[in-house]
Design a protein around this ligand. Structure first.
Ligand SMILES: [Zn+2]
Length: 566
């Protein structure tokens, strides 16, 4: 008995000693307890507490387990039952053009042109004459009155050139002063896919430039191109991302932005991880992909990793665009548009050309992302990936809005990721989707769940600024498939909706995987960098409509608080 007591005491002593050692070695910097944690980690989908040390998750578990990791310097947050999610990975954004929405004017979700015009009139009052008003996100399909024109803008902005991108980012609406400064004529030369719309009676440009025709604005010396946006503007848009819980982004802006991100990273002011893709120009010779040395040099120059914060910047894919968008009939369909029976839209490349470009990039080891919206564009992109034959690379198709059923299984077969935007789907239901493609083809529009059922990889994103930056809004769109403005009653083809867990996984881990960062971020898992968000409420299980009004309360980046609502 005495012997046993002695042994017990000895074991106790050892336990106490090891716990002291472990407190010193493993004491956390930060604990979040009493939380409803949705980890996005299939090995442990939920937990109620996390411990963070040196920028990483030290432990994930129950509150009582996690509380053993506190020491006197540990900060403890009692989440009071609120939901905690991994930091979001938005896998398709255009930060530079998006920054114009933050600093210029944002017309998203406003149905009436008369209100846009009032807002523009009000906005230019606070601007110096001659200063450009940028931004936009106007959506002419909300009000059935056709595209706006330059003369309407002239009425409200006679002294400031105006150039406002539409909701799809494929058309720009400009006033006469902008036309004058850029010297745009009805017969100005535009690159492939571009078009200057003309007013019939006068034969003059009417103020709408489609696709690449908007590059004509670059001829105006006073126009600030997206790639010349200041570092302050970039910082503003990055903190705007943090305010929505976004901690990583796949960005498709310009090389000069990449220099700005790098500056911020060097100065320890970059709180969004940037996986960058070069948007290759239409000409085969203008991009870096025809020069392996240059490509490798860029990859090296922009690889930025910080031991405290983890991966920060990486140049990792080339983007091409094979068609436009459904709203303006620039998406390429196999059969004619239902509301324009003589017209299919057109692809921007010949099949052989895009095959060559994809193969060249893949042969260099670079994944390719192809913007393809119509079923013909999607088929062309799949053909190019098939020809390239490089199924080990993370090739992807952006948007995939309409698809031929036979093409769906090709995604898994060719290891191509479907990169989709939930709000692009919900934003058009009850509006132009049925008129454009008809009831037969619309069954194969925005088929998110079909891709998962077929075993393909699905990644979700906002394509900011073409749809809301908020991942919570996008997740709600993925889960409910309901029109955000009530244009359609109920859920549209509800069999294509996702569960919250599927959608969250596609908005976190999959984006991290595509960037090659899947073992470092993307879920709330022990050993990963502590990117996470605390919501302002608890989400029910299964998630209900409270998701539609949920907001982000706090955002942490590698364990550091980078956004707080209060
Ligand atoms: Zn885009």
């Amino acid at each position: 008995m005495i012997q046993i007591n002695g042994l017990t005491k000895f074991i106790r002593l050892i336990l106490v000693l090891t716990s002291i050692v472990s407190v010193e070695l493993f004491a956390a910097d930060l604990l979040v307890i009493n939380a409803d944690i949705r980890t996005s980690d299939p090995l442990m989908l939920s937990a109620d507490a996390i411990a963070v040390k040196d920028g990483k998750f030290l432990a994930v578990g129950t509150s009582s387990e996690i509380l053993t990791l506190k020491s006197k310097n540990t900060e403890i947050i009692d989440a009071q039952g609120k939901t905690v999610l991994p930091g979001f990975v938005d896998s398709h954004t255009h930060l530079n053009s998006g920054s114009n929405m933050v600093t210029g004017i944002n017309l998203a979700g406003i149905a009436e042109k008369s209100i846009w015009l009032d807002m523009i009139a009000e906005r230019v009052k606070s601007m110096k004459p001659g200063e450009w008003l940028l931004g936009g996100r106007w959506d002419y399909t909300l009000e059935n009155k056709g595209l706006p024109n330059r003369w309407e803008l002239d009425q409200v902005s006679p002294n400031n050139p105006v150039a406002l991108m539409d909701i799809d980012g494929h058309s720009i609406w400009i006033n006469s002063l902008a036309i004058q400064e850029a010297n745009i004529k009805a017969n100005s030369k535009v690159s492939i896919g571009g078009k200057i719309l003309i007013e019939e009676s006068s034969g003059e440009p009417n103020g709408i430039l489609l696709e690449s025709a908007r590059e004509l604005l670059w001829d105006a010396s006073s126009y600030v191109r997206d790639n010349e946006i200041s570092i302050e503007k970039i910082e503003r848009v990055l903190s705007y991302a943090n305010s929505y819980g976004i901690t990583s982004i796949h960005d498709m802006s310009t090389l000069s932005d990449l220099d700005k991100y790098k500056d911020l990273a060097i100065n320890k002011k970059l709180f969004v991880r940037i996986f960058w893709g070069e948007f290759s120009k239409y000409s085969q010779d203008e991009d870096s992909t025809n020069n392996e040395e240059l490509l490798n040099q860029r990859i090296d120059t922009y690889k930025f990793y910080d031991t405290v914060r983890g991966p920060l910047i990486k140049f990792g894919f080339i983007k091409y665009m094979v068609d436009g968008v459904l709203s303006t009939y620039t998406a390429a369909l196999i059969d004619p548009y239902s509301d324009r029976p003589d017209f299919t839209g057109d692809v921007f490349y010949k099949q052989a050309e895009i095959n060559k470009l994809v193969k060249r990039a893949n042969d260099f080891g670079m994944p390719v992302a192809i913007h393809a919206i119509g079923d013909r564009g999607v088929q062309m992109a799949l053909n190019a990936f098939e020809r390239s034959g490089n199924t080990a690379l993370a090739n992807r198709i952006e948007h995939v809005e309409i698809i031929k059923p036979d093409d769906i299984p090709r995604f898994r077969k060719l290891n191509v990721t479907a990169s989709m935007q939930p709000n692009h789907g919900t934003g058009v239901i009850g509006k132009y989707i049925t008129p454009r493609v008809g009831v037969e083809r619309e069954k194969y529009a925005y088929v998110w769940n079909e891709f998962l059922k077929e075993g393909a990889r699905l990644v979700l994103s906002s394509d900011f600024a073409t749809s809301p930056f908020s991942p919570l809004i996008q997740l709600a769109d993925a889960v409910f498939r309901e029109s955000p403005d009530g244009s359609y009653e109920g859920s549209w083809y509800p069999e294509q909706a996702l569960t919250f867990e599927q959608a969250l996984h596609a908005y976190t881990q999959i984006g991290a995987d595509l960037a090659g960062w899947g073992d470092q971020i993307g879920s709330i898992s022990r050993g990963k960098y502590a990117d996470f968000v605390i919501l302002d409420r608890v989400l029910s299980k299964p998630v209900g409509r409270e998701l539609k009004s949920a907001k982000v309360d706090k955002t942490y980046f590698a364990g550091q608080l980078v956004f707080s609502k209060n």
